[in-house]
Design a protein around this ligand. Structure first.
Ligand code: SF4
Length: 472
């Protein structure tokens, strides 16, 4: 990572037109990791992961850097038709208890190899729906994690909230358990859209819960929105945006819906004729940027907006943004231990992903094995490119000297063809190139993953972009 300047900040009221979006909107990865998860291989397995855990335990990292933990809870009570997550739809809540027993086993095995009591400064419960678990189960999960790890004061402890599954009391319990950040899945406030995606949650319910979250003193409240859903039009989405502005969450994640029914079965229930045309989607994105920035939000980057007072916006201003599998983060680039079915982690210079079905997950844990399905040990070239891509995604600039010193290369020789490829982007006003480095412009910040893709060796060699969503 470079110690670069802050990412550029867009301040214009209407910063980007549908025409510009159309011109630069090509498919590309979100770079929550480099290499991206589709590059993981099954040749990397449990033995490699164990080695990475033990190396961490025996090296300086365990003492010097706190961990990040991700826990995947796969269950949901009902199916949202746009869903592309790894989840299990069930009304049988007793399945949560069984899952927790196996999670406990996975934690015990992990800790046996990496040492007990390691400091954790970031914890994220995702899914599925973590709030599928009862309060007692969530409390048992947190007690189990606290027995195995040390959750340090002042850390970021976040949980995804399905508003349909929580009450004031449940939020109070989460606060008591030490969570200080909530992320509400909203997607859209329009009743017709909610009906079309099979996710009915009245706006009043979300407003009440966010108000309660404020009373309870949560440090940050995030709201997820999706544009491009069935029955959405630029007019209906503008109404949703107006309500979001009134709700005033600290952070907003705004994702484009990618309709891939051949890959994601639930999406087959969405009628193609109900989907907004591409031109309307671009208008919705353009409106979102205009409305949110006019309301005082800062465009943090890659689908994320935040109030200027939020830690993410502050980190952006100070050039301290980082990126991990959950998106942007204020925490330094620390090892991420991922727990639960299908979860993805990074320890040292390795990535690993757990098996994707509960049967396999339970079976391997019954055998006393960690349920790693695939992963990757990063090569020296991967590490250099990762540093460049993360610097672009987080700081919006790459200082050649910084990469040269930390990776012992001559930047201009090593990346001669990439620098050549960037000249076209320079002409289009997306970046500037000088002797010191690459600097993404205000305009280019919206298309930063297109800039990053130039340094992605895997994409450049086999150009399988079609499987990724559009850049913005
Ligand atoms: S979108 Fe979220 S809540 Fe809905 S089915 Fe998928 S994981 Fe569950």
């Amino acid at each position: 990572m470079t110690s670069a300047a802050c990412p550029p900040e867009l301040t214009q009221a209407d910063p980007i037109s549908p025409e510009l979006l159309r011109r630069y909107d090509v498919a590309g990865p979100r770079y929550t990791s480099y290499p991206t998860a589709d590059r993981f291989v099954e040749a990397f397995g449990e033995a490699d992961y164990l080695q990475a855990l033990e190396q961490r335990r025996d090296g300086l990292a365990a003492k010097a850097y706190p961990l990040s933990l991700y826990v995947h809870i796969p269950f949901c009570e009902s199916l949202c038709y746009y869903c592309a997550c790894n989840k299990i739809i069930t009304k049988h809540h007793e399945r949560g208890e069984e899952y927790l027993r196996y999670l406990t086993r996975e934690v015990e095995l992990t800790v046996n190899h990496m040492g007990a009591g390691q400091s954790v400064s970031q914890l994220h419960l995702g899914g599925g729906s973590p709030t599928f678990l009862s309060d007692n189960e969530l409390n048992a999960l947190m007690a189990m994690l606290r027995r195995s790890f040390t959750l340090v004061p002042g850390g970021e402890y976040s949980v995804e909230i399905d508003p349909r599954t929580v009450t004031r009391e449940r939020l109070a319990n989460l606060a008591q358990q030490g969570f200080n950040r909530l992320s509400f899945g909203v997607q859209d406030f329009e009743p017709a859209v909610q009906k079309a995606v099979h996710r009915i949650q009245p706006a009043e319910q979300v407003f009440d819960l966010v108000a309660v979250s404020r009373e309870l003193g949560f440090d940050s409240v995030n709201v997820d929105l999706i544009y491009g859903l069935p029955m959405q039009t630029p007019e209906t989405f503008e109404r949703t945006l107006d309500q979001v502005v009134k709700l005033r969450p600290d952070r907003i994640a705004l994702y484009a819906y990618a309709h891939l029914p051949e890959r994601f079965k639930p999406q087959r229930r969405i009628h193609t004729v109900d989907l907004p045309p591409a031109a309307s989607k671009l208008t919705m994105l353009s409106s979102a940027m205009r409305v949110l920035m006019a309301a005082g939000y800062v465009y943090v980057g890659m689908d994320h907006f935040a109030l200027p007072t939020d830690a993410l916006a502050v980190a952006k201003r100070q050039g301290r943004l980082h990126r991990n599998f959950q998106g942007y983060s204020t925490q330094p680039d620390c090892d991420l231990v991922a727990l639960g079915v299908s979860s993805i982690g990074r320890v040292g210079a390795t990535f690993s992903q757990n098996v994707k079905t509960l049967d396999e997950y339970y079976d391997l844990l019954n055998q006393g094995r960690l349920p790693v399905q695939r992963g990757m040990a990063l090569s020296r070239d991967d590490l250099v490119r990762r540093a460049v891509i993360m610097a672009l995604m987080c700081q919006g600039s790459v200082l050649f000297e910084s990469i040269e010193l930390s990776h012992l290369i001559d930047f201009k020789t090593y990346f001669a063809s990439e620098l050549e490829a960037l000249t076209a982007m320079q002409e289009q006003g997306l970046l500037t190139l000088d002797d010191a480095g690459i600097h993404v412009t205000e305009l280019g910040w919206f298309f930063v993953r297109g800039v990053a893709m130039v340094f992605d060796k895997y994409i450049q060699t086999d150009r399988t972009r079609a499987k990724f969503s559009k850049i913005i």
